[in-house]
Each structure stands twice: as C-alpha cells, then as structure tokens.
Design a protein around this ligand. Structure first.
Ligand SMILES: *[C@@H]1O[C@H](CO)[C@@H](O)[C@H](O)[C@H]1NC(C)=O
Ligand SMILES: [Cu+2]
Length: 218
C-alpha cells in the first residue's frame, strides 16, 4: 500500500509536466499566488480540441467548468498604460508545445465575477514565430517560456474585465490543435474615455476551422 502511494506521488510531477495551466497572474514583478486572481476550471491539464468542437463551444472563453469557480478569485487592480501584467504557468512549467500565445480582454457589464465572457473580446498581446519563420518548433517565440507579460495599453476604459490567455499548440499531426486557456479577473483604472477597441471577436465565433491558423499543418 505504502509503495503504491509513493509511486502515485512520484508520478504527479510527470503528470503536471505533461501540460500546463496559467494559474498565476503577474503584476509588475510580482507573480501572484495560484488562482488568487485567476479563475480555475474543471478541465485538468487540458487540452481542448475534440476535432474542432471547442471552436463553437462556450468553453472556448475561460475553459470547461470555469463558471463553477467564477466567484473564487479576487479582482486584480491594475492601471492602464502603467502596469506590466500577464500570466505564469503552473510550477513555471516551460511551454514546450509549439504555437502562439494570445491574450484577450473583455469588459464585464458589472462585477467580473458575474460575467460569462459573452461580450466583445479585443487583443492586448500576441507572441508568435520569429520573422521570418523557418517552419521549425524552435522558431516559435513562445517555446520554453513560462511567463507572458506586457504593458497594459493606455487605451482601455476604466472597468472590470476578464483577461484571457490562450496557447494554441500546433504540434498535433495535420490540422488538429490543442487549446489551453484560462481567465484572470482584473479591474482597470484608466483616464481613457475614447472609443472602445474596434477590432473585436466573440467567443465562440472568433475562430473557425477554415482560419489560416487552424489550417496550419506543421
Ligand atoms: C508597477 O510599476 C510601475 C512603474 O514602476 C509603478 O508606477 C506602479 O505603481 C506599479 N504597480 C503596482 C500595482 O505595483
Ligand atoms: Cu499536448
């Protein structure tokens, strides 16, 4: 019995190294505690694809079962145009699957803990390949990194938002992909009162199977 338990424990790091989550929100140089500001989900170490079914599912927003955890995280106070924000993986696991990392935001109509992500999403960060790309896995700038941070743009209105990180792994054979996504809760302080971002998508809806990114056969 004892031996079984030990074997199980030893197996855990391997399991968690198999894939990754994004439970740590980052503000400036501070990596916050697991799920302090990030909504947990019920999709284990993921990923999501199911022959493209994820692209038309509400799970594409903050991952499967995330609504069960919507009231758990705190809301991180951040300042537009000033703070460096982003995410770190669990145990600082290095992203070893080739593929882009994208961060989107969507404003909650009220309290972000009540928000399901059904509104408009705009892009605040993306990391893709070296330019030009030599077509190799090593040519992805995301590879072997565990943190993805950026300065919060100044042109974001005051309010509460979901901030969603996604990695789309392209290593699967042919046109299959692996989606890893997770959302943080943020409250933006801002002086901005201009127009809202014009380039927005809905989730689901913003991706289709015919998109060049999904069709990429690496
Ligand atoms: C983040 O860093 C900026 C620039 O140094 C500083 O003005 C700001 O107060 C910091 N934000 C937080 C939340 O500590
Ligand atoms: Cu994988």
């Amino acid at each position: 019995m004892k031996k079984t338990t030990l074997n199980l424990l030893l197996a855990l790091p391997t399991l968690s190294a198999a894939h990754y989550l994004f439970p740590h929100f980052i503000i400036n140089d501070t990596v916050t505690k697991e799920y302090e500001y990030v909504r947990e989900h019920d999709n284990g170490f993921q990923p999501s694809w199911s022959d493209g079914a994820i692209l038309t599912s509400n799970d594409l927003r903050c991952n499967k079962g995330s609504e069960n955890h919507a009231s758990a995280p705190q809301t991180a106070k951040v300042v537009a145009g000033r703070d460096i924000v982003g995410f770190q993986t669990n145990l600082a696991t290095k992203i070893y699957h080739p593929g882009p990392v994208t961060i989107l935001m969507s404003q909650a109509p009220g309290d972000v803990r009540d928000y399901d992500g059904s509104g408009d999403w705009f892009k605040v960060y993306q990391l893709g390949t070296k330019d030009p790309w030599d077509g190799t896995d090593q040519g992805w700038l995301t590879r072997d990194r565990s943190q993805f941070t950026f300065r919060l743009p100044a042109e974001i209105a005051k309010g509460q938002y979901l901030m969603r990180i996604e990695q789309m792994a392209v290593h699967q054979p042919y046109k299959a992909k692996e989606f890893f996504m997770q959302c943080a809760h943020v409250e933006v302080d801002s002086q901005y009162n201009g127009a809202p971002p014009s380039a927005t998508i809905k989730l689901p809806g913003g991706y289709t199977k015919n998109d060049p990114a999904i069709q990429l056969d690496s």
